[in-house]
Design a protein around this ligand. Sequence first.
Ligand SMILES: *[C@@H]1O[C@H](CO)[C@@H](O)[C@H](O)[C@H]1NC(C)=O
Ligand SMILES: *[C@@H]1O[C@H](CO)[C@@H](O)[C@H](O)[C@H]1NC(C)=O
Ligand SMILES: *[C@@H]1O[C@H](CO)[C@@H](O)[C@H](O)[C@H]1NC(C)=O
Ligand SMILES: *[C@@H]1O[C@H](CO)[C@@H](O)[C@H](O)[C@H]1NC(C)=O
Length: 266
Amino acid sequence: MYLLGALSLLAAVQAVVVPAIGPEGHTHSTLSADAAPQGKNVTINGVLTYVSLPRERFDPSIAVVMLTDVFGLPSPDNLLLADQWADAGFATFAPDYLNGDALPSDGLANITAWSVNHGEAQTTPPLLAVISSLKERGIKQIAVTGYCFGGLYTIRLVQNNTITVGTTAHPSSLSVPDDIDLIKAVSHVAIEINNAELDTGFTPALALVTDGVLGDGQYPPGYERRQFDGVGHGFAVRANASDPVQVAAKQGAFDTSLAFIKAHLK
Ligand SMILES: *[C@@H]1O[C@H](CO)[C@@H](O)[C@H](O)[C@H]1NC(C)=O
Ligand SMILES: *[C@@H]1O[C@H](CO)[C@@H](O)[C@H](O)[C@H]1NC(C)=O
Ligand SMILES: *[C@@H]1O[C@H](CO)[C@@H](O)[C@H](O)[C@H]1NC(C)=O
Ligand SMILES: *[C@@H]1O[C@H](CO)[C@@H](O)[C@H](O)[C@H]1NC(C)=O
């Protein structure tokens, strides 16, 4: 009887594929045009990669791989975010897994048309090329931090046990709860999620479904989720400098992911 009840309850939960959000749905940045990234573009295993190294001494056996949103390496916000990871003490690598075809952030792009050439088949090979090269170069532990579009790939790397720890903010394109169930079934990699109250993709309701699978100690490798109120999709990458709520949320997401990563590196 119990089993039947549980099965019919499960059947009632429809899997939702979190939609990709176009430029108009992202938090708008007020970054000044003269903001100067401190890192360099390097080709790693054939893939353009933005590399930002800490100014202080750092552990070369650890790397942060940052998976950008759809605006990729042409977006200064993404490069400065990679620099922030470097300033926190990690050699940081942001691969161009958009294959030189980032969406313009001017709000005129058609994300549906763009997505046709940016599925897993096109996106995964450059990503794995960089990760395998880092491992060949002696990097023993990789922390992945993925934003929006990068959320799905963070989840995949967690499911595939390719990395040491994963964090994501306002992830898109994953299937909830299916991809979360798969994490629980096959992964031993800890995962942290920052979500936005006003995100129309990975909504607070989907965040609660995720908690239902991984929360309350149900996922021994480690799970944490933090919701930021009053902000929307993209808040962990961009903020309006004159909006203190956005500024605090962006920093809060970074600090939460950083603490989680530090706690789960060996
Ligand atoms: C790195 O490459 C991207 C994409 O081509 C470009 O927009 C960016 O300005 C470059 N950054 C640096 C620091 O060279
Ligand atoms: C966006 O692209 C899709 C797929 O190519 C197309 O069906 C749709 O009409 C386009 N939307 C706009 C507003 O151009
Ligand atoms: C994860 O593993 C699946 C199944 O082998 C594979 O199809 C996919 O490309 C992998 N993705 C990543 C990001 O490693
Ligand atoms: C930033 O916020 C200010 C004050 O609310 C607003 O006037 C401005 O248009 C915003 N800028 C952007 C780029 O959204």
